[in-house]
Design a protein around this ligand. Structure first.
Ligand code: NAP
Length: 517
């Protein structure tokens, strides 16, 4: 690997890479080594103001005349350039997040590319409704909103950023994006790609910095008309509060504490692999992670032992080693939060079946933010480990007796993002899925995505849905237009009926006339 020089990742404003106006910077740390990776621009309200003015010029300029096909072709070109730079993007994402490169190569970056390809197709094939009355024709069109703010977290940086950028661009909006300050690298590479493919300046802009500084200034700016936010539930509440007085359009994709329900009639081997992946992929730092495993009592020991066997075989360490299954956590602070939760479990006499400590790794990874995969049982339903989102490699195990018990435990929580059900009984699969209070249920699989389906949560897991037509609805304003139709005159009516009879009936038949009733 070529030697890495520590550069400053800059903002992308008005078509140029520029430092923050204040000249201030932040440090971006490589989680696997605990060392400095980049400096990044530390933006504030002045940077927001400058970007908003550029976005306004872009909105009023030639971009407004790009038609559907031009915007779809642009998304295709971005996808094409990302494909050409896939290896570079995968390496950057792995180093910036600490996640295994086998994940960024096979999941994060390919799915980010798929987002652009998908929304190129979605707008090419988009249809809207028309409604017909004798006196009027009503037709509905989507139009872009204007300036949208996109705020994204650190766990799936490029994947989640493109999930918003692609539909927002495809719909013809102008964008200011603020990625997490902990993972700014691939967002900067995306800005480079967007510059290469030739988008008018000001259409896509990127501001780096802290959520509490530039993020807050962005969502509060009166000219930002819509906010698509993915992040924690507490931050989501602040975003909602800032948006409400201005009636900004809002999409909130928030936290989760998702149950994995395992019934005694499941295929045990497949279930254990699936539950393990759901619980520990990306070190458990996925909003959809199955961090609460609920198992029918009759197979509790078998599931626990199977999970332990699989977890012991997972390689932890250097994220760039293709054999690595578990990389580093995002930061030292995040690891300390996870350690705090495990300490609570130990203090309450719960059983820590595996993990619960830092692994022993050789340099330079001994300075990284690693934590062993941890499986805990013996916690009551009201434990913070069951109720709160830990967002790390800590999974709880609970036993249930029957379906009602399982559904009760699964739903007894403030979150409602997703759930997974493992069973071979089709009727049970339908019944249990319908009873779960969450936006997405997977049966005998996990993280199987189709970009056309609605993505989003119930309860404290968010507001609104993205994906497919839901994203086009969010990033567009629906406008209905009603055109009055002229009432046909009596002579026109007679003529129409006569010509209908002549066209469709054989010569010897009597033309149809309407009888009076
Ligand atoms: P976070 O702390 O809420 O941050 C998310 C983003 O919001 C970051 O870019 C952050 O910037 C910014 N931010 C923070 N405070 C802000 C403010 N006052 N105003 C505007 N922006 C602000 O979340 P995270 O720790 O990055 O990500 C983990 C969380 O995201 C978990 O709860 C996870 O479940 C959730 N998540 C949800 C989904 C979903 O689709 N439902 C997907 C992925 C992740 P800085 O980081 O720079 O401060």
């Amino acid at each position: 690997m070529a030697e890495h020089t520590i550069s400053t990742l800059q903002n992308f404003v008005d078509g140029r890479f520029v430092p923050a106006i204040s000249g201030r910077t932040l440090e971006d740390i490589e989680p696997a080594k605990g060392t400095l990776l980049h400096h990044i621009a530390r933006s504030g309200s002045q940077d927001v103001e400058q970007a908003v003015q550029s976005a306004r010029c872009a909105w009023e300029g030639p971009w407004s005349r790009w038609d559907t096909e031009a915007r779809a072709a642009l998304c295709d070109r971005i996808a094409q350039r990302m494909e050409e730079r896939l290896e570079e993007l995968a390496l950057a994402e792995s180093r910036d997040t600490g996640k295994p490169i086998q994940l960024t190569r096979n999941l994060d970056i390919p799915r980010a590319i798929a987002n652009f390809r998908f929304f190129a197709g979605a707008i090419r094939h988009d249809t809207t409704h028309s409604h017909h009355q004798a006196e009027a024709l009503h037709y509905t069109r989507r139009r872009p909103i204007g300036l949208v703010a996109l705020i994204t977290p650190w766990n799936l940086p490029l994947y989640l950023l493109t999930w918003k950028v692609a539909p927002a661009l495809a719909m013809g909006n102008v964008i200011i994006a603020k990625p997490s300050e902990m993972t700014p690298w691939t967002a900067t590479l995306l800005a480079e790609i967007i510059e290469e493919v030739g988008l008018p300046k000001g259409v896509f802009q990127l501001l780096h910095g802290l959520g509490t500084e530039v993020g807050q200034a962005l969502i509060e700016h009166p000219q930002v008309q819509a906010i698509s936010f993915t992040g924690g539930t507490l931050t989501g509440a602040k975003v909602a509060a800032a948006a409400a007085p201005h009636f900004k359009k809002l999409s909130l994709e928030l936290g989760g504490k998702n149950p994995t329900l395992i019934f005694e009639d499941c295929d045990l081997a497949t279930t254990i692999q699936g539950a393990c992946r759901a619980g520990f992929a990306n070190q458990g730092q996925i909003c959809l992670a199955g961090s609460r495993i609920l198992v029918q009592r009759s197979i509790f020991d078998a599931v626990r032992d199977g999970l332990l066997h699989t977890l012991h075989s997972m390689q932890i360490g250097d994220p760039l080693d293709p054999q690595t299954k578990l990389g580093a956590l995002i930061s030292a602070e995040h690891r300390a939060k996870i350690e705090h939760y495990v300490q609570i479990a130990q203090d309450h006499g719960a059983t820590v079946h595996c993990g619960g400590h830092r692994p022993t790794l050789s340099a330079p990874f001994d300075q990284g933010f690693f934590y062993t995969p941890t499986l805990i049982s013996g916690l009551p339903q009201n434990s913070p480990l069951i109720q709160e989102e830990i967002f790390g490699p800590v999974v709880t195990l609970q036993a249930f007796d029957d379906e009602a018990d399982a559904i009760g435990m699964a739903n007894d929580i403030r979150y409602g993002l997703s759930a997974t059900v493992w069973t071979r009984d089709l009727q049970r699969a339908h019944r249990v899925s319908a009873a779960l209070e969450c936006g997405m249920v997977w049966v005998n699989t996990w993280l199987q995505r189709d970009l056309r389906t609605p993505f989003g949560g119930f309860k404290a897991s968010g507001i609104g849905r993205e994906g497919g037509s839901h994203s086009l609805d969010f990033f567009g304003e629906l406008q209905n237009i009603t055109i009055a139709l002229d009432h046909p005159t009596p002579s026109e009516q007679t003529g129409a009926l006569a010509s209908f009879g002549q066209r469709t009936l054989p010569p010897q038949a009597t033309p149809l006339t309407r009888s009076r009733s």
